[in-house]
Design a protein around this ligand. Structure first.
Ligand SMILES: O=P(O)(O)OC[C@H]1O[C@H](O[C@H]2O[C@H](CO)[C@@H](O)[C@H](O)[C@H]2O)[C@H](O)[C@@H](O)[C@@H]1O
Length: 261
């Protein structure tokens, strides 16, 4: 780990480092039902340990911050933790949530979804209502890939009609407002905290924008892929590839214990 240039910079000057972490697939193992996802049991303690040394630990996620807190018991007690949720539209910090009003396009698109799913002829597809966004999941369908392919075009049309964009992910297509992504959210946060180095770990396509933000920041940076057979695009662009959330937590724990040496 020490031989990677960005890691060297973080180890040398932890007080200047920002650690950015995705939630699902990175801090929380992927499960069939999004409502039953749970954070890795080691995560809250490891994040608290890291937080004592670095400039900031931020979870940058497509989940609403309130959901990340529900699925991550112990996170609310991690000192200084910031959650940039809904791809950065919402922010939770020091127990307070800031969120602009949700766009009207989301409930309108949501209302049209049942008819669209019927006419696409897909079965076993589930809808996750996230308030500011709506996600269509195919993981529990008999043919998850086939359902995803069948829905791509009709959902793109539905999103466009209501001023939304489609965020593709692991067996999910999410309709959400445009104008923010994990890269923009991370870039703004790095500037706000005057970071001197950065590490970002993610597992899914939405995390590529954050990888780009690490590079664009010009800071010594490390991109970590929480590897899976499902998504290969991140591994190709990562400085470090680890084996899913277990691997991410092992890496973060190693970093935290290097700070304490
Ligand atoms: O930005 P993230 O924290 O990675 O959130 C992205 C989406 O993650 C969730 O879906 C994914 O995880 C589920 C639980 O493991 C899994 O069932 C699903 O197949 C994955 O796509 C979440 O449900 C979405 O709302 C997030 O946008």
């Amino acid at each position: 780990m020490e031989n990677i240039p960005g890691i060297e910079a973080i180890l040398k000057d932890p007080a200047g480092a920002v650690i950015g972490l995705d939630f699902d697939g990175t801090l929380s193992p992927i499960v069939p039902d999004p409502a039953t996802a749970v954070i890795h049991p080691k995560a809250p303690a490891v994040l608290a340990e890291l937080g004592a040394h670095v400039r900031a630990v931020a979870i940058v996620t497509g989940r609403p911050p309130a959901t990340a807190l529900e699925l991550g018991p112990g996170l609310a007690d991690v000192p200084g933790l910031v959650i940039l949720g809904h791809y950065g539209f919402e922010r939770w910090e020091h127990g307070r949530l800031s969120a602009p009003p949700p766009p009207p396009g989301v409930p309108r698109a949501r209302a049209e979804l049942p008819a669209l799913l019927d006419s696409a002829g897909v079965v076993g597809v589930t809808v996750e209502d996230k308030g500011r966004a709506v996600a269509v999941h195919t993981r529990r369908a008999p043919d998850p890939e086939g359902a995803l392919a069948a829905l791509r075009e009709p959902l793109a049309g539905l999103a466009a009609r209501h001023g939304l964009v489609v965020e593709p992910g692991r067996m999910v297509l999410e309709l959400r407002p445009p104008g923010m992504d994990k890269g923009h959210a991370l870039g703004l946060f790095l500037a706000e905290r005057e970071a001197r180095s950065v590490l970002f770990a993610g597992d899914d396509l939405g995390d590529l924008a954050a990888f780009d933000a690490v590079r664009a920041s010009g800071l010594p940076g490390v991109t970590v892929c929480s590897g899976s057979a499902e998504v290969t695009a991140l591994a190709e662009r990562a400085d470090i590839v680890v084996d899913g959330p277990d691997g991410v937590l092992a890496l973060l724990a190693e970093l935290a214990s290097a700070f304490s040496r």
